[in-house]
Ligand binder design. Sequence first.
Ligand code: ADP
Ligand code: MG
Length: 256
Amino acid sequence: MVPNGTGDQIMSPPDASPAATRAQAANAVRLRDAARTYSVGAVEVPALRGISIDIPYHRFSMVIGASGSGKSTLLNLIGCIDAPTRGTVEVCGEAIGALDDDGLADFRARNIGFIFQTFSLVPVLSAYENVEYPLVLVGTPESERRRRTMAVLDAVGLGAHAHRRPNELSGGQRQRVAIARALVKAPQIVLADEPTANLDSETGAAIIELMHRVQAESHTTFVFATHDPQLMSQADEIFVIRDGTIVERRHGRSNA
Ligand code: ADP
Ligand code: MG
C-alpha cells in the first residue's frame, strides 16, 4: 500500500527549464513518418513503419498493443533514447534530430522522466541515491535534492527503505523506486513502459493515483505503454499499435 504523501507540493519543478520558457508547441509530442528498423545480422526488422501522431500536453496518453508490436521502440524514440531511421520526432516543440549529443542529453535531463520496463536502477546505489541522481544531473542544490527525493520516496511508500539497494528490495518496490526517479525532477513529460506490469492491483492503483496527483500539481504529460486494463481505464487518449503501425486512436475518460 502506498501512502498519500505529506500533502506537501512535492512535484513543483526545481527550476524553469529552457523548454518551459519557450513558446509552447501545440502538442507535447509530434511524430511524422517516424520509422525504426533494427538490423540483426543481414536481416532488417521493421519495428516501426512510419508513424505520424500528435500526443497532447497534460494528458494520460497510452500506447497499447500486443507484445512485439513496437511500444517500447516508440517510447524510446519519444524519450530521445533512440533515433528514428526515417522521419522526425518533436518533443515539447524541440526537433530532436537537430540536437547534438550534448544538447540531447541536456534536453532529456531537463524535460523527460523515463520509467523503463526493466527499471534500470543502478545496483550499487541506494534507493535514495537512485532517485536523487536526476537532480544531481541538472545541478539542483543539495538541500533541495534531499527534500524532493524524500518527498517522492514517501509518496511511493518507500521512505523507510531509502537506504536499501535495489537487490534488497522486491520487484514491486524496485518498480516504485524507478517511478520515483522519473517523477523527482517534475519533468514536462513522463514516459512509462508498462509501469504497473509488476505490481499487485492495490499498489498499481496507488501508483496511478500518485501520477494523477503529479499531473494535477505539475501539468505533467504522461505517455504509457501498457496492456494493463486497470491502467488503460485511466487513459485520456489511446493509440493502438499493431506491427509497427498506429491502427487506431481512441479518446478515453476526459474526451468521451
Ligand atoms: P513491444 O514493446 O510492443 O513488445 P518492441 O518495441 O520491444 O515491442 O519490439 C518491436 C519489434 O522490434 C519486435 O519485433 C522486436 O523483436 C524488435 N526489436 C526490438 N528491439 C530490438 C533490437 N534491439 N534488436 C532487434 N530487434 C528488436
Ligand atoms: Mg515493450
